[in-house]
Design a protein around this ligand. Structure first.
Ligand SMILES: NC(=O)c1ccc[n+]([C@@H]2O[C@H](COP(=O)([O-])OP(=O)(O)OC[C@H]3O[C@@H](n4cnc5c(N)ncnc54)[C@H](O)[C@@H]3O)[C@@H](O)[C@H]2O)c1
Length: 341
């Protein structure tokens, strides 16, 4: 039984708490929040779980195996670093850190101290995303031509992050998982309509072999949309995460080009419109799967999904998108295209 401390009981903390309590391999021993009002809820509902406003006490507690951080993004680097230095394994809420430098430092420190460092990128634990990955890997849709992602809703305006860090992070993690590749370059246009953070952004990423991914994110949309279109040479996929059950649709549709043999060559475009099939998607809560993966990693001593290194790359692309929007420049990356977990 792994003994867990949850740090941060604001908006997201309660979701983590429920899933830690539900996991038979985990025991939630302490909840820490610097706001004592938040802890009153724990004391009332879960009297056997200890509470503290002092993070130091969590780090000094020898019974705690691992710390789960659900605190604001700007605290992730400092709190995760202290936890690793105190010999604790760490699960950090997305994103791993505010910038790539900090993310890399945490990853290196965790490796040096032989600590588990994992990040909650929730879509990596969703059955819909795993079904899509299986379809892509099977070659059913052919070569991928492009991906188009829309993730928009009204709010929630964040204090310490822009809409790229808040929403595009999900698309970046899904794309990195599906393609198992990093972009060669990216360019981002973003704007601020309210407050001081970007609340609307359009990011275009280029991958090897001419594959492109376009990500649109906004806190200023009247309707909530979570849609990803993946177009292949043979078939096309539409993933709509708002759909309660039929989230993934595979369209046997495409374009057929033939050239006439006449003197002046003419391109003929034919359209193929075949069947649509809907793979069955399990309705298991991704957070439950994520917590189970973390507990497994604590025993096996290795992360299989969203480890520190993998998640640091996501921070790199978030930071680069923000820099591209600020400078109006395309960012070119100097890294090998395939990547390890
Ligand atoms: N996985 C997801 O889909 C998802 C969704 C929402 C939020 N998040 C992430 O969860 C994290 C928290 O977001 P939130 O919306 O819950 O924030 P929040 O501001 O609602 O809650 C943060 C809590 O942390 C506490 N806190 C801050 N500093 C602390 C410290 N040093 N020690 C102890 N407690 C401290 C605050 O008092 C607060 O109760 C962020 O990283 C965010 O990106 C993830």
């Amino acid at each position: 039984m792994k003994k867990i401390a949850l740090v941060g009981y604001g908006y997201w903390g309660p979701f983590l708490l429920r899933n830690i309590l539900d996991n038979p391999e985990a025991s939630l021993v302490v909840v820490c929040d610097k706001d004592p009002e938040k802890l009153k809820i724990i004391n009332r509902r879960y009297p056997t779980v200890r509470t503290t406003t002092e993070y130091r006490q969590v780090l000094q507690d020898k019974t705690v195996d691992a710390v789960v951080l659900a605190t604001p993004i700007f605290t992730h680097f400092k709190l995760a670093r202290q936890a690793i230095l105190s010999g604790k394994d760490v699960l950090v809420e997305k994103p791993l850190a505010m910038n790539y430098l900090e993310a890399k430092e945490l990853t290196a420190l965790a490796a040096k101290r032989r600590r588990i460092l994992m990040v909650d990128h929730p879509f990596l634990f969703s059955d819909a995303v795993h079904k899509i990955k299986k379809i892509l890997d099977s070659g059913e849709i052919g070569e991928i031509l492009y991906l188009d992602c829309v993730r928009v809703n009204l709010g929630l305006f964040q204090k310490d992050s822009n809409v790229i860090f808040d929403l595009a992070i999900h698309d970046f993690s899904i794309i990195q998982f599906l393609l198992n590749a990093k972009p060669k370059s990216l360019v981002c246009e973003a704007s601020t309509h309210f407050g001081h953070q970007y609340d609307l952004a359009y990011i275009l990423m280029e991958y090897a072999d001419g594959v492109t991914a376009h990500v649109q994110v906004s806190w200023l949309s009247p309707a909530k949309m979570r849609r990803m279109i993946i177009v292949g040479t043979k078939k096309m996929i539409v993933y709509d995460d708002i759909e309660p059950t039929e989230k993934v649709r595979v369209y046997d549709r495409g374009v057929k080009i033939s050239r006439s043999t006449r003197e002046i060559e003419e391109m003929k475009v034919g359209y193929r419109s075949g069947d649509v099939w809907i793979p069955k998607v399990e309705t298991i809560e991704p957070l439950a799967v994520m917590i189970a993966e973390f507990i497994k990693a604590l025993t096996s001593r290795k992360t299989t999904v969203s480890g520190g290194h993998w998640s640091a790359e996501i921070v790199n692309f978030l930071e680069s998108s923000t820099k591209s929007a600020q400078s109006g420049r395309k960012i070119i990356f100097n890294h090998a295209n395939r990547q390890k977990r």
